[in-house]
Design a protein around this ligand. Structure first.
Ligand SMILES: Nc1ncnc2c1ncn2[C@@H]1O[C@H](COP(=O)(O)OP(=O)(O)OP(=O)(O)O)[C@@H](O)[C@H]1O
Length: 498
């Protein structure tokens, strides 16, 4: 069979083309427009390259302030997590270093974005700040990252938020797996923090409505550790065990319906290591210290402060007996006896009420934030308002006392690296048994020389001097007491006993 001729091929093409044109015209003339579009869509789908369907995105907004007006803990975790990641990879960074800061702070500007993939889910983060309503505040809202501490803070905090954008189908996984992962990762960043952060609880921040303005904080590189503490070894162990128990008992506190807090009262003479113990506790737990000066605080600012203080903090109220604003109630009344009414009014009333302090200690405000230690210190436990000492307020009373030989050996190692026995230890031991010397006094003596023998001899001399002073004071005491009673009787303050 031969090939078709050119003429027959051309006539076939012409008839096919005429038929196609006829069918096309009939299609456009008789088929309704909607059906035409439907059929043309099907053809387009068949012949056009495959397009991915538009993503069905979901946006999770994480605001800074929680519903109960406390700091949103998820927001805080995101801040720490993202600042830690972004400080290395961001294209634009602002850098600053204040006089009191040891390290540079890196800041990420408004609108910064970050993308990552978690178990195959693509996630996009956007940090944003709404415009501040304050007319005089024109500065850019910024996220501040303290590289060393892994912590961060933002100006205009109440207006900041993170948006987390991802495919809607992963909503459940993001909420149940990714966000907890972010929270854990942020805790890890904090745990790696080797330096204490000390917040002055009386900085402007806490007095500002809405908690705006930047938080004043100081990095306190305090190397004090439990092993540096010269104190009774059993007591030291008891405190460490207590702290361990506290941090692992989250579920217990929840079960018994108590706030996850613990109150400590540290008492003892000046220089026995109360502040040092607090630093050691903070280092041990990697907690941040908030130092409150009650003298300058009012009830309202205390409440405000308690709302913004995050978890994993030690709230310290030092020298509670010396604040002047918190005298024992009966002392407060006797102080005013004999004054004219007008004069009484003129006397400034305490700014911080005892009720506020008791509420504070009771954990009335403790629903805000968790995992906190509250530490009160005093040199005079006997002067404290008895209500403060009631069971349940302070969970543990810790007596910091004068130096013992056991404690002295810790100091001798700390300051002079003396291990084992030294010929002067016997004499020092004998003197410490009869003399009240504080660790601070002895530590000062040990710092005077690098020569071990000279330093230890200096301690012997110090203890001998103190022994003589104590003996002199004891011999003068009966005479002084007699003189004091005579003087009081003359002033009519004391009635003769018979
Ligand atoms: N128990 C101790 N172990 C080691 N060093 C101590 C101890 N107590 C005091 N020191 C040393 O003395 C210094 C002062 O001590 P610290 O401020 O802790 O005493 P304090 O009891 O808080 O005094 P105050 O009641 O006056 O505040 C510390 O920096 C530390 O060097």
């Amino acid at each position: 069979m031969g090939l078709p001729s050119g003429a027959s091929l051309f006539s076939t093409y012409a008839s096919l083309s005429a038929t196609f044109t006829l069918v096309q015209q009939a299609f456009y003339q008789f088929v309704p427009l909607l059906v035409q579009q439907y059929i043309s869509d099907i053809f387009k789908q068949w012949f056009s390259p495959k397009q991915p369907p538009p993503p069905d995105v979901f946006k999770l907004i994480i605001e800074e302030v929680a519903n109960d007006f406390t700091n949103n803990q998820v927001f805080q975790a995101c801040q720490i997590y993202l600042c830690n990641k972004l400080s290395d990879s961001a294209n634009v960074l602002k850098v600053s270093k204040g006089h009191t800061e040891e390290t540079m702070n890196f800041k990420l500007a408004e609108g910064v974005t970050f993308s990552e993939t978690f178990e195959g889910i693509h996630l996009k983060w956007i940090f944003s700040c709404k415009a501040n309503s304050s007319a005089d505040d024109q500065s850019d809202p910024v996220l501040v990252h303290d590289k060393r501490s892994g912590r961060s803070r933002s100006h205009h905090q109440e207006n900041s938020c993170f948006s987390l954008i991802f495919d809607r189908e992963h909503k459940k996984k993001v909420c149940t797996d990714y966000l907890p992962y972010v929270v854990e990762a942020s805790k890890e960043v904090v745990r790696e923090e080797k330096h204490l952060k000390l917040f002055d609880g009386n900085s402007e921040y806490y007095g500002m409505p809405g908690g705006s303005s930047s938080k004043q904080s100081v990095n306190m590189v305090h190397p004090f550790k439990f092993e540096n503490l010269a104190m009774d070894l059993e007591l030291k162990k008891a405190i460490m065990d207590d702290l361990d128990r506290f941090v692992r008992r989250k579920e217990f506190y929840k079960r018994v319906g108590k706030p996850w807090k613990r109150g400590y009262l540290l008492y003892g003479p000046p220089g026995t290591g109360k502040s040092s113990l607090i630093a050691a506790m903070a280092n041990y737990l990697k907690f941040v210290i908030y130092d409150l000066q009650l003298r300058r605080m009012q009830d309202s600012s205390l409440r405000q402060l308690l709302r913004v203080i995050p978890s994993k903090t030690i709230i310290v109220i030092e020298d509670i007996d010396c604040t002047g604003e918190l005298p024992r109630r009966e002392l407060y009344h006797t102080m005013y006896q004999g004054y004219e009414d007008s004069l009484k009014k003129a006397i400034k009333k305490p700014e911080m009420s005892l009720a506020a302090l008791l509420n504070f200690a009771d954990g009335l405000w403790s629903c805000c934030g968790d995992e906190r230690l509250i530490i009160f210190t005093t040199n005079h436990k006997e002067r404290l308002e008895p209500a403060l000492l009631q069971p349940g307020r302070m969970d543990m009373h810790i007596h910091m006392s004068y130096l013992t030989m056991e404690g002295f050996k810790v100091l001798a190692y700390n300051y002079l690296l003396v291990t084992g026995n030294h010929p002067l230890f016997g004499e020092i031991k004998g003197l410490l048994e009869v003399v009240n010397a504080t660790p601070a006094e002895v530590a000062e003596e040990l710092m005077r020389s690098e020569d071990v023998d000279a330093s230890l001899q200096g301690v012997v001399e110090l203890l001998k001097r103190k022994k003589i002073e104590a003996e002199d004071a004891a011999s003068l005491r009966p005479q002084a007491e007699t003189e004091e009673i005579t003087e009081k009787m003359e002033n009519g303050n004391v009635l003769p006993t018979n």
